[in-house]
Design a protein around this ligand. Sequence first.
Ligand SMILES: [Zn+2]
Length: 185
Amino acid sequence: MAKCAHCKKQGLFLKLNTMKLCDQCQKEYEVTIVPHIERWQNNVEFIKQNGNLAENLSYALDALESLSAIKEFGSTEIDIINAIDSTQRFKEVYDWLDDITDLIGGMIDQVEKSIFRNLRKLETATEDDLVQAFIESVRQAGATPSDLPYDISKSIHSILNNLVDDEHIVKNKIGDEYRYSISCD
Ligand SMILES: [Zn+2]
């Protein structure tokens, strides 16, 4: 007997589409799941093109959220990702994005560590000083900035702002420039 993969409705004459969805669930799919599929795909494209770590982290988290919604709609009955693209499976797509999210998080960690290390050394520094110090440490490690999978000069600004928001570092306007230093407490 035909059984809808989403609402589990059963019936001898129940019409199902290729995704094993009844007419009503197909409509629900178009309204609620298709936008999630687009969001997931767009976010992955953004991540591939963008060198800003903090932005990429939010794209990755957003894409994971969309994937969870897609998975939930298909329940255990149907792999929606595989249904729309037979070369992909939900688990692979999800695990890949989950790994990417961890990687981006690890890179942000490294940039933060470099910021703290340099602020301890310099006591106070501009954003540009911190970019230069970071690039210098990359060169000392025998690499060049273009070896990195992100652009440090695009990434550092929001990482610094997040550290200021979390009160780990302070930002002061001195003359016509902003200088950063480690919080006293
Ligand atoms: Zn249904």
